[in-house]
Design a binder for this molecule. Structure first.
Ligand code: SAM
Length: 178
């Protein structure tokens, strides 16, 4: 299944850290791309740097028109899941969502444009309490992949060797670095 994350409402002066975390969670939990409805070159550069060093094929595309992306996604057969505290329980729709070939997961910052509720195939609440787009995204993706995303290999230049006690990291040099 293809999964992309659409981040709405990014305000560079306020949301730098949380949008970075949305991107990090998207990548680490199995999404192939984050679409950013806004511009923040430093943030995009930071996420690209992580993807370059830690491996995988994760991409970030900024300054997208969210309406256009959502429309194109649906026209090509993709489905849209909007994560919102006002939505229906995750447990009610996750099995149906899992049968999709391509899923765009939409998360907001402050208030999302009302049209997204109409465009979404599912408006899903990760519980109905207010919390965070980072938490909502992580829980959603983990339920979507039933935990298997945590065992994916990224084959990066940097890799952690899991250890019960120490910080052990392997760093691979590029071929041209000798
Ligand atoms: N009052 C805002 C609203 O109208 O949605 C809440 C914004 S919240 C700080 C930012 C984002 O976190 C939301 O757009 C949504 O994507 C996500 N979020 C927060 N709580 C959630 C929940 N219980 N379930 C699903 N998503 C949630």
């Amino acid at each position: 299944m293809r999964v992309v994350v659409l981040r709405l409402g990014h305000r560079p002066e306020r949301d730098k850290r949380i949008t970075t975390h949305v991107g990090l969670v998207a990548r680490a939990f199995g999404a192939e791309e984050m679409l950013l409805a806004g511009r923040d070159d430093k943030l995009v550069g930071g996420l690209e740097d992580v993807a370059e060093r830690w491996g995988g094929d994760f991409r970030v595309r900024s300054e997208v028109s969210w309406k256009r992306e959502a429309r194109l996604w649906k026209e090509s057969g993709g489905r849209i899941v909007h994560l919102t505290m006002y939505g229906t329980p995750l447990s009610k729709s996750i099995e149906e969502i899992r049968r999709s070939e391509a899923v765009m997961v939409v998360v907001g910052a402050e208030k999302v444009p009302p049209e997204i509720y109409e465009m979404a195939d599912w408006n899903v609440g990760v519980g109905n309490q207010p919390h965070s787009e980072v938490a909502a995204l992580a829980v959603f993706l983990d339920r979507l992949w039933v935990g298997e995303e945590l065992d994916r290999e990224f084959k990066g230049k940097i890799e952690v060797v899991p250890s019960p006690r120490y910080k052990t990291v392997i760093e691979r040099r590029g071929e041209d670095e000798g």
